[in-house]
Design a protein around this ligand. Structure first.
Ligand code: DP6
Length: 341
């Protein structure tokens, strides 16, 4: 049995829309910082049939709906297809017994699927190690097969999901540009509501193409924005990073709002928080920027220098929950137990 651990990431150039939905092959590159928490642990072992158990942060079992179990099943089927392509068709002979222990509060507004499926990918890397040694890039492909953004969380630090070309299952993969020691940045997560969103990312991605602004979005990322973001991170240029990340998040939400059906994830609370942080950074010259995923939660990314002030701002937001994370190391194998035959 193998146990792996992983955490979500904070997406700065957002992944939105696929060129192949079932395989989660994205239309455009994306970029994120892996976080050091909250974490998910997964135990995995071979099993004649698929078994999935999931436990909440308080240790109680979370009863998984059919849709959730089916997602694990589909992911394993696609992983087996990929392993066959790699020349290891028998690396997972039948199925797996998977136990997920999540410390991520539900509906926190940061993609728990990025943590769960990057963790699963790392656990699979450990599980099949004797039959086939997956590289980190191949492990990121397995993460991406389960959840697009998980392709990034397999690696630590500052990571791109490279869209690549074509329809091959491994045409898109995670690529680390700098590890977690390069730059410590904080993510102060301000959650206005714990109510789960109606349309999740998986259902949202296919709508992207219906927005009249989508092809401009893809062009902007592929021709300019992704490179600007990577350059800003490598140069630790927080001002440049602020500009490109805020441009990208607003662009993604414009695409969402102009697609059919229109997806309105941002609320009055979101706008109140982003307006407030802009005011604060202008008046106090603070290095901080905001970003939002498919929900009203606002992530405030800041440096060591500004974190105390940003934290104070976050805790002053009425009716909001606050979570804190910083640059993290990506998915890790934490335990290997020989199975007694
Ligand atoms: C808005 O990776 O959650 O958070 O592949 O269907 O699991 P699935 O989608 P997911 O999409 C993430 C969308 C986003 C932006 C991002 O994380 O880049």
């Amino acid at each position: 049995m193998i146990t792996a651990s992983s955490s979500p990431n904070s997406a700065w150039i957002k992944y939105w829309g696929n060129r192949n939905d079932p395989l989660r092959i994205p239309m455009a590159d994306s970029f994120s910082m892996s976080l050091d928490g909250p974490n998910v642990e997964i135990d995995i072992d071979h099993s004649p049939e698929l078994i999935v158990h999931s436990f909440n942060p308080d240790g109680t079992e979370k009863i998984l709906g059919e849709k959730h179990v089916a997602r694990f099943g589909k992911t394993l089927d696609n992983v087996k297809t990929y392993l066959t392509k790699l020349g290891a068709p028998d690396a997972i002979p039948a199925s797996c017994n998977i136990t997920v222990r999540s410390n991520i509060p539900s509906a926190v507004g940061i993609a728990s699927s990025s943590a769960v499926f990057s963790c699963l990918a790392k656990a699979i890397q450990g599980l099949i190690a004797e039959t086939y040694e997956l590289t980190e890039t191949q492990t990121s492909v397995i993460g991406r097969i389960g959840s697009g953004s998980a392709g990034r969380s397999v690696h630590g630090g500052f990571v791109a999901l490279v869209a690549g070309e074509g329809e091959e299952i491994d045409s898109a993969y995670g690529k680390q540009f700098a590890d977690e020691n390069h730059w410590t940045l904080h993510d102060i997560i301000v959650v206005p509501t714990m109510i789960e969103k109606k349309i999740g990312s998986t259902e949202g991605h296919p709508t992207a193409h219906s927005s009249p602004h989508y092809s401009d979005r893809v062009d902007a990322i592929m021709n300019r924005r992704q490179k600007e973001c990577i350059d800003a991170v490598l140069a630790k240029d927080f001002e440049k990073l602020t500009y490109v990340c805020e441009e990208d998040v607003l662009d993604m939400h414009m695409v969402m709002q102009t697609s059919t059906p229109a997806l309105h994830y941002l609320t009055n609370d979101t706008h109140r928080i982003t307006d407030g942080i802009i005011e604060l950074r202008t008046s106090e010259h603070l290095p901080v920027f905001y970003t939002m995923d498919a929900g009203p939660t606002v992530q405030l990314i800041c440096t060591d220098e500004s974190v105390d002030r940003v934290r104070e701002f976050a805790y002053a937001q009425e009716g909001c929950k606050v979570f804190e994370a910083k640059t993290g190391a990506g998915a890790k194998i934490i335990k290997e137990l020989a199975t007694v035959a």
